[in-house]
Design a protein around this ligand. Sequence first.
Ligand code: SF4
Ligand code: SF4
Length: 277
Amino acid sequence: MRKRFLCSYDRIELVISYICNMQCLNCDAMVPQALSKESMTLEQIERFIQESIEKRIFWQHIRVLGGEPTLHKNILEILAALIKYKEFHSPNTKIQLVTNGYGKIVKKILLKIPKQVEIENSEKSSNLQPTFSPINQAPIDMPEYSNSDFTKACWIPALCGITLDMHGYYPCSAAAAIDRVFGFDLGKKELPTVQYATLEEMFANFCKLCGHYYDKINNLAVNDISNKEERSKFENLHKEKFLETQKDSVLLESIVSPVWKNAFKAYKIKKPVLSKY
Ligand code: SF4
Ligand code: SF4
């Protein structure tokens, strides 16, 4: 039976912008599917850092992503603020920048990234991404998954950690992107901690719409991923087996199921306005 995945409240992804210089098919930030110029402000990043210090959270990693994060007009200031947090409050935190590495502008900015930041460069050169999940194929539109227990979630919030975008905290970056298209406006405005964990409440709303729900790697979990020990075991399994689980799922087209078709149609007519973090 499928196991349950809980959020890791000691890891976080910051979606600082939904602007990107690529238009990948099945992008799970929904960049080309639902265009948006929204970005986090430097003040929001400072508030996140302040909350982290006040709540004594010593992040294992802070991953800065988008969209394409290097295109954020304040990217160097954002990284400088995160490095300051690391140096003064949490020396073991890894600050990571996730980039597509594509184009002259991105490459030029990458040369300026401080050495304290680890760069994770996917070196994309095409909008075709065969290893992506069919993010817009909603499980509720698929007879074999329509009655699943969506509160069990998937591996992403357990390994990547929680997410913050300009609308608040979410269990994962896919949920943040789903929210901006559907307009549920569920982003939490205060940093949740493991003692007051509330982000799992959102799985019922988001996972039924998300094509990561049926990633094959989820089926390899032997126990519920609900503590650090189980997470560590599953993380090793993930490293070892992820590519193998992907080899029969080559994605060469954009897949959009009925619930998503309607959502994108509505988004084009009137983009939802979500409250800010
Ligand atoms: S580079 Fe990343 S954010 Fe940009 S469109 Fe492709 S998958 Fe989406
Ligand atoms: S919304 Fe998608 S990525 Fe997030 S936990 Fe649910 S299935 Fe996983």
